[in-house]
Design a protein around this ligand. Sequence first.
Ligand SMILES: Nc1ncnc2c1ncn2[C@@H]1O[C@H](COP(=O)(O)OP(=O)(O)OP(=O)(O)O)[C@@H](O)[C@H]1O
Ligand SMILES: [Mg+2]
Length: 229
Amino acid sequence: MKNTLHATNLVKTYGLVKALSSVSLTVEPGASVAIMGPSGSGKSTLLHALSGILRPDSGTVRLGDTDITSLSDSARSILRRKQFGFVFQDGQLVDELTARENVAFPLLLDGWKRSRAMREAEHWLRRLGLDGLGGRKPGEMSGGQAQRVAIARSLIARPSVVFADEPTGALDQATGHEVMQILTTVCHMSGATLIVVTHDLEVAKWCNRLIEIRDAVIHDDRALGVSQA
Ligand SMILES: Nc1ncnc2c1ncn2[C@@H]1O[C@H](COP(=O)(O)OP(=O)(O)OP(=O)(O)O)[C@@H](O)[C@H]1O
Ligand SMILES: [Mg+2]
């Protein structure tokens, strides 16, 4: 589970637009990395390339010894399911499912027995301070609570790396910081690497490394003082 993520010379273009221009990056296991930069600079493209959601035009991404870029689509989706967790801006929970079922979803996909998966989901809901909310549907929760459900879901299959694209973008600032504090703390405690795109420097400060992307290249890459427990 402890795997270094290596990206080498990633290039991605959309027509005439260069979204990634030879980006190389190494992320050590257990690190938390914030990615910042102007709108359109390539942050989401980088996150998608690192996580195997999109295949770059050239360059490689390796997780430990595995070259993700050269895997078949099906092998890549299996690796994504087993090794990566995802949190997006609007949570992307399934509206028809309860919080408990949403959190348990990755385990059910992995073939866990329903009762055991639900027990594990309750455990994660408790860890994220959502005790007693397991029976609620996403529409019956606040934005911050729903994001915590999404965080629980991203971590339940014990991924090596959690990717988050503006996970606090739809929240007010105070709730956003609370969610970010929980996300960094729980990833840290689980030993998962965290790579998070954000527009909010205060959110980025929960991470121990800050990468700034400008015009499809890494403009700055520096260590941050860690504010987490
Ligand atoms: N599917 C696509 N088709 C065409 N162009 C795209 C596509 N996805 C991204 N782009 C372009 O690639 C560039 C980088 O986009 P990207 O989504 O990575 O930016 P971003 O830094 O995440 O921006 P934001 O902060 O607004 O989310 C932009 O110029 C964008 O318009
Ligand atoms: Mg984006």
